[in-house]
Design a protein around this ligand. Structure first.
Ligand code: NDP
Ligand SMILES: N[C@@H](CC=O)C(=O)O
Length: 782
């Protein structure tokens, strides 16, 4: 059976609520036979280290205070997680252990490693007990029965068989991270952050299919996302770069974590237990991911020059200080970058062979594909000069460069460095759904547009979709030859296949551009968002879906920092949504929007002069690409009703489609049935229109189809789309056929409303509007 290993760190188990969240993740992601590796809950290891220090200092008062703190924390977890009956045995086991610690301390027999091991033992025990109460058969396992070391080296074949024997049954195992035993059975620890290492070791011994490291950040980022808002979360990072980042002290993965996975096909993922639905970063074998750019900053470091270094000595030093040490050679000399707090220990160990070249350094490293390094070094240097950051030492290697500075790199400087060094190479994968009227023109305009955006963004057209077939090309289609590629490569697909292919894309940013008129396709938006895709829609269905669904989508997008643009869904290329957003952002309040929001209905009403039957004009509008795929969507008023709802939601109003009163521009009897059956009864449509046009004429007016939304003084919304008789010579009567007009009354534009007018339908203007949305997206991603 293939197993998966999941590791949860201290922050994932810092409170009873976090334990429950972890249990939910396990229920959702694990099956019998899987292993969970846990660290000590919250800051327990630090507290146990403090306990050990107070013991060493023979500070009895501090010792008993800290022991009480440990007890209170564990008892609180127990009382919040379990019903009373279960609390008693767990609490009494804990108290026995704490009494034994106190007794050993009194006898001066306390040992460091077994003391620290309690952190993991307690979290494994509590999590297993919690899962059992949730009817998940679970067993906690002390990793000292699985991992044995001899003279500091893990005994792999012994450990492998111990893992297979101990973890063979059909249940979930919760294994303590961080600890192992030596060949005499004494407790040893695997170093700070050793639980990640325990997880990958366990996965390699068990030949597991995957390891998921659940932490408090949702993946590997181009730089520290807490300092730089637009840090890029990479969906894939290759092991070599992850390893290098770890050696440079990047905290997401630790130096030893990757080593057990060498030569294996085990998948490694970094995910956030705080956002379990967010896709994390997959750390993949060489060749399975493009190399990315990173800027990683350092804590306080000292630079040491070493006369001679034996093989394996850097590893031994890292083991000694339980921290990664970066080693490099420059001009034939060996250098070590050591966190300042450990320099003393390293210097002692290397006694006589080491010189401290620089101390109290800060700075950063740039990690990037080899050919990018030299230009990036120049750009980084220019930024540092500009920002007056003093550089004390630099080093360039094939795939990274170090800048060791006097002062810490603050968030502002880091953001500038990130913008100049990382954001420049941004990539955006574009998935286009819908190759009909508008989609085809959009694609034909793409060649020029992609070239225009190239200086800022590397846009790759990776997929084209129709309703039944798609072409998916992760490295990018040739935009000039998309039709030929479609002819030769299009294949049928399911939505699951589409989502799988999207999840495999190795791009910093992805966007799905929906130029379909399909409700079913719009229902995939939450899945696209779950796969970190931005959205651009000409399709109006998602924007007019039931409010709860719509709001959930908006929340999902916001939580994942994803953008959704849909300006063409109202007024084609006219900047209506931009204008409404701008008015509101500037503090104005929109109180009324009225006008004509359908290109088709505008064209039909303005073109009708009684010479040609109305139905003939409908077919002409369809030929010109004005109508919806089924023109009854326009004639029924539904399309205009949708547009008014999209605008209402732009104003923050909680409306449903049916809250907008609707009067159709066709007989109700023609609404059902096929398009052919509709055409067969087109006389009924002609008579319907003729009669209303004549009635208007009799009043000296003309027939138009208009819409209005008004927010009254009490805040009540009145919205309607329908047939109107308008005075000849009025702005609406005089509209150029096909034009839309939006008359917007606001607090500031009260007497003299703001008017936006122009073509409201048509392939070219709509395709151009989608390009405008795409451009806007690239600007936001910068
Ligand atoms: N025409 C205009 O002036 C304007 C149009 N719009 C909007 O643009 C959108 C497209 O309009 P238009 O180009 O005229 O429509 P078309 O009917 O000409 O094209 C629709 C395209 O979408 C594809 N499609 C349909 N269902 C799916 C699906 N489930 N998955 C993937 N692809 C699908 C169709 O594929 P297949 O060929 O296999 O059926 C077709 O290629 C509509 O939502 C419309 O409201 C917005 C503003 C103005
Ligand atoms: N069919 C629509 C197209 C744009 O949304 C219209 O005519 O306005």
């Amino acid at each position: 059976m293939t197993k998966a290993v999941h590791k949860f760190g201290g922050s994932s188990l810092s409170s009873a609520a976090r334990y429950q969240a972890v249990a939910n993740i396990i229920i959702g992601h694990c099956q019998s036979g899987d292993c969970i590796v846990v660290s000590a809950a919250g800051k327990t290891t630090n507290t146990l280290v403090a306990l050990w220090q107070s013991y060493q200092q023979q500070d009895e008062r501090a010792f008993s205070d800290i022991l009480l703190q440990v007890e209170n924390h564990q008892l609180q977890l127990i009382s919040e997680l379990f019903p009373a009956a279960q609390q008693t045995p767990l609490a009494s086991e804990l108290r026995d252990e704490l009494s034994s610690i106190a007794r050993q301390a009194q006898l001066r027999q306390l040992q460091e490693a077994p003391l620290l091991a309690f952190g993991e033992i307690w979290s494994a025990r509590l999590l297993a007990a919690l899962l059992n109460t949730l009817n998940i058969t679970t067993q906690d396992v002390d990793a000292r029965t699985l991992f044995t070391q001899h003279q500091g080296q893990l005994m792999h074949s012994l450990n492998r068989s111990a893992c297979h024997q101990t973890l063979a049954q059909d249940k979930i195992y919760v294994v303590t991270g961080f600890i192992a035993a030596d060949s005499e059975g004494n407790t040893v620890t695997l170093g700070r952050n050793g639980s990640d290492y325990s997880a990958t070791l366990l996965a390699s011994y068990l030949d597991a299919a995957s390891v998921s490291i659940w932490t408090d950040t949702p993946g590997v980022f181009s730089t520290d996302p807490r300092k730089v808002g637009n840090a890029i979360k990479y969906s894939k990072v290759c092991r070599a770069q992850a390893n290098l980042l770890a050696r440079l002290g990047n905290p997401v993965l630790h130096a030893k974590t990757l080593s057990p996975l060498k030569e294996t096909a085990i998948k490694l993922q970094v995910r956030s237990s705080f956002e379990p639905d967010v896709q994390g970063t997959e750390v993949v074998k060489q060749g399975y991911s493009k190399e990315k750019r990173f800027v990683t900053t350092f804590g306080e470091l000292d630079l040491l020059r070493v006369d001679t270094l034996a093989s394996g000595e850097v590893g031994a030093l890292s083991q000694l200080i339980q921290h990664g040490i970066h080693h490099f050679n420059q001009n034939g000399e060996d250098y070590l970058l050591v966190p300042s707090e450990f320099t003393h220990q390293v210097v002692l160990r290397l006694s006589g062979r080491v010189t401290i070249v620089e101390s109290h350094l800060r700075g950063f490293a740039v990690v990037a594909p080899g050919p990018d390094i030299a230009p990036l070094v120049r750009q980084a240097q220019a930024v540092l000069d500009e920002q007056a950051v003093v550089v004390r030492f630099t080093h360039s290697a094939t795939e990274y460069a170090l800048f060791l500075t006097d002062q810490a790199i603050d968030s502002d400087v880091l953001a500038i460095l990130h913008d100049k060094l990382v954001n420049k190479g941004r990539e955006l994968a574009v998935i286009i759904a819908g190759l009909g009227n508008v989609g085809e023109v959009f694609l034909n305009q793409c060649q020029q547009q992609i070239a225009r955006l190239q200086s800022q963004f590397d846009l790759k057209l990776v997929a084209l979709l129709r309703s039944q077939e798609m072409v998916f090309c992760p490295s990018g289609l040739n935009v000039t030859q998309w039709q030929q590629q479609w002819q030769s490569e299009a294949q049928s697909y399911s939505h699951t296949e589409l989502l799988d292919r999207i999840s495999e894309l190795d791009y910093e940013h992805k966007v799905v551009i929906d130029i379909t008129a399909s409700e079913a396709f719009s229902q995939l938006y939450p899945d696209f968002a779950a796969h970190d895709c931005h959205l651009i829609s000409a399709n109006k269905y998602a924007g007019t879906a039931a409010h709860d669904w719509y709001q959930a989508l908006r929340t999902q997008l916001q939580e994942r920092n994803l953008l959704w643009r849909y300006n063409t869904s109202v007024g084609a290329g006219l900047p209506v949504n931009f204008a409404l957003a701008d008015l509101q952002n500037s503090g104005d309040k929109v109180v009324r929007i009225e006008g004509v929001f359908s290109g088709t209905l505008s064209w039909l009403c303005s073109s009708f002069d009684g010479e040609r039957p109305f139905s003939e004009l409908v077919l002409a509008a369809q030929d010109m690409g004005y109508t919806e795929p089924d023109p009854r969507e326009d004639l029924s008023g539904r399309d205009m009703q949708r547009k008014l709802l999209i605008l209402a939601r732009e104003l923050g109003l909680q409306l449903e489609l049916d809250d907008i009163e609707l009067e159709a521009l066709m007989p109700a009897s023609l609404a059902q049935g096929s398009w052919e059956s509709f055409l067969a009864r087109k006389d009924e449509l002609d008579a319907f229109y003729q009669q209303r046009a004549e009635a208007a004429e009799a009043q000296g007016k003309v027939l138009r189809y208009t819409g209005a939304l008004e927010i009254d003084a009490a805040g009540k919304v009145h919205a309607k789309v329908g047939i109107a008789q308008v005075a000849q010579g009025s702005a609406i009567a005089n509209l150029t056929p096909g034009d839309n007009i939006f008359v917007i009354t606001t607090g500031w534009y009260e007497q003299n409303p703001l008017v936006i007018q122009g073509p409201g339908a048509g392939k070219e203007v709509t395709a151009a509007g989608i390009h405008s949305d795409l451009y806007w997206l690239t600007q936001q991603l910068r």
